[in-house]
Design a protein around this ligand. Structure first.
Ligand code: MN3
Length: 201
């Protein structure tokens, strides 16, 4: 059974970039619903006690009857569990270290990287995520629809930004580009660097 993880900071901690009401609803309603619905879909399947990343990695083996529900809700649980850790109060700036070197080399500089991530987020039609992933050892920017996570296609997520309207609409209204521009002020690079170093280990 999955459980809703505690938010690692207060609901108002990411102000003014992400507002308290958005964070409260996003965590206590949206994420909580993904957890509940994933538990319902997986009960009675062999995946009942499996870690959420294992489930999302093995969607092909999930019974047909519940596969779509698992894809959306276990995916939503995994994505948001990562997303809360990818943000933090008093964060932002650039990653430094090996991750920044790799980003600069791949994308032609850190600013070019954030521009391309923002473009991936703005370009995602409807709901989804913009991602920085490792694909066969290479950094890559991509986006996914709905609650799909890159691990389903064998890519390792380093950073994911939620571009569902529920993640920005109360504050930024229809301006997803402005939300994305401001999102970098809460980027918790310590978490992304830890992930990167573990993956390239
Ligand atoms: Mn969301």
């Amino acid at each position: 059974m999955f459980e809703l993880p505690k938010l690692p900071y207060a609901y108002n901690a990411l102000e003014p970039f992400i507002d308290e009401l958005t964070m409260t609803i996003h965590h206590t309603k949206h994420h909580a619903a993904y957890v509940d619905n994933a538990n319902k879909a997986l009960s009675g399947t062999p995946f009942g006690g499996a870690p959420v990343a294992d489930v999302v990695m093995s969607l092909d083996s999930v019974p047909d009857a519940v596969r779509t529900a698992v894809r959306n809700n276990a995916g939503g649980h995994l994505n948001h569990s990562l997303f809360w850790q990818m943000m933090g109060p008093g964060k932002g700036g650039s990653p430094g270290g090996e991750l920044e070197e790799a980003i600069s080399k791949k994308f032609g500089g850190f600013d070019k990287f954030t521009e391309q991530m923002n473009a991936a987020g703005v370009g995602r039609f409807g709901s989804g995520w913009a991602w920085l992933v490792l694909n066969k050892g290479e950094l890559e920017i991509m986006s996914t629809p709905n609650q799909d996570n890159p691990i389903t296609e064998g890519k390792q997520p380093i950073l994911g930004i939620d571009v569902w309207e529920h993640s920005y609409y109360l504050k930024w209204k229809s301006n997803r580009a402005e939300y994305l521009k401001n999102w970098w002020n809460v980027a918790n690079w310590d978490f992304m660097k830890e992930t990167y170093v573990r993956l390239i280990g």
